[in-house]
Write a protein that binds this ligand. Sequence first.
Ligand code: PEP
Ligand code: MG
Length: 585
Amino acid sequence: MRHASADACLPGIRAPQNHNAALYGPRKNDWRQQIMQLEGKSVFGGIAIGKLSVYNKKDNQVKRRKVEDVAAEETRFSEAREAAKEQLKGLYEKALKEVGEVNAAIFEVHQMMLDDLDYVESIINMIRTQEVNAEFAVAVTGDNFSKMFAAMDDDYMRERAADVKDISNRVIAVLQGTGQGQITGEEPVILLADDLAPSETVQLDKSLVLSFVTRHGSTNSHTAILARTMNIPALIGVDYPETFQTAAQEEKSLDGAFGIVDGYQGILYVDPDEETIAKYRKIKDEDEDKKRLLQELKGKENVTLDGKKINLYANIGGVADVANVLANDAGGIGLFRSEFLYLESEDYPGEETQFAAYKTVAENMAGKKVIIRTLDIGADKQVDYFQMEKEENPAMGYRAIRICLDRREIFKTQLRAIYRASHFGTISIMFPMIISLQEVKEIKEIVAQVKAELENEGIPYKDCELGIMIETPAAVMISDVLAKEVDFFSIGTNDLTQYTLAIDRQNPKLDNIYDSHHEAVLRMLQMVVDNGHAGGCWVGICGELGADTTLTETFLRMGFDELSVSPSMVLKVRDKIRNADLSKN
Ligand code: PEP
Ligand code: MG
């Protein structure tokens, strides 16, 4: 399993900001030297104001004990392991309901880790040879495995270090008859933690958490993904101290102090003064007002003052995001980044797993359009089990449709799952990173084979609209030819900008010149609309630019038929559309 990259963060999620490593202490230019401002990386925007609560993991103190009855100790361990697995099953079910299948998968991984032979044998061996208590054997083995993972030259394996610790603590807690950490008190708090394991995050009472702030963790960790799914401001990489100096120069514990999380700027304020509190209350109120006002746009059409209509859809990364799509009243799903299913899996997700996900999304959307983009891995989205060779220039390398046309069994499995799910709703399929007519022809042949297979097997499916993503200059330039082959175009402006401007979208040094408003990009958009329409295709945008409200009117004038944006942007874009008047210059 490998996590999605920052760039591929779940749609609807504010992209992490490029803050420097956490610094703590007052900012140099802070006019009020007493207010402690701690910087970190934002994983989700918004403002939280409230009491800070330092999350103390239940410290399962483990002492070494000599045991007489080694066999009984082994049994104690086996029973505790089974009980821990049962707990994880329960957590999986809970997470499934709250945050969806893809995010819940970590608890299945933890169950599997508890069955890992090396791990189990190491513990049993220690109990037998050293005649020690099970708690001690689990703690030492957990520590050893965790250190081993942490030293590995692979991001994914390094992140597993925390998981081994987590499962070991769970078994120890069962052996000792203690629970794991939790929030005490009734008042919602800003939770500060060293790091939060996914199992801890999902077990927290959500109504008591205003925000998460952690010292460690990556923007792509499951915990960050869960925090985003909960829609609350969250910061990582905040190196907070245990105590701070109050304005009166008293040393006070952070736990219980008052704080503010600015999820837009990536800042935690400790013990802010009245002025800062007032400033943030105002921003928070304005946020709430804006949200309330936008709610009134639910159920309204996406139509300009002079009567031009456009489809407004939402981008998703998995089943869990559908609730957000519906809550924001999107007319459909314009981009289902199916690679998240692969990124969150230990191994190739099989036809049944994929079918279940696509079917659930199609059913929940109740007949509204769901555009599934076929696997788009490679470049920044790496999956270990694909065993891809290291490339000099992966953004221009073996990726997306290139892999699917090369490793057809993977492609066919996905297409079978999509076509089977098509029976349960309105599904369209689109293909990423297209550069040639030849690719489109090959895709259509494979699609025909898949449909013929399903027909032979008597499996029902519907005919799906087929579209391509326009995200390479090559596709733009031959869009007149491609339009004759497909039903729709959806422009991936994120990649189209990088390939047009020759700027790596991952390179923070070039952020200031990565400009999707570049005249070259805008001219390409117009060209694609014109060629698409001439060839009988509808044309949309599913890249981030689609949600740029400074361009909404421009897109309407260009003649776009659809915009697909993150769920949280739907009502904002609807507002912009409804206030546009194309009859005026
Ligand atoms: C794009 O490139 O604009 C796009 C929507 O795809 P992704 O961001 O997933 O590459
Ligand atoms: Mg792309």
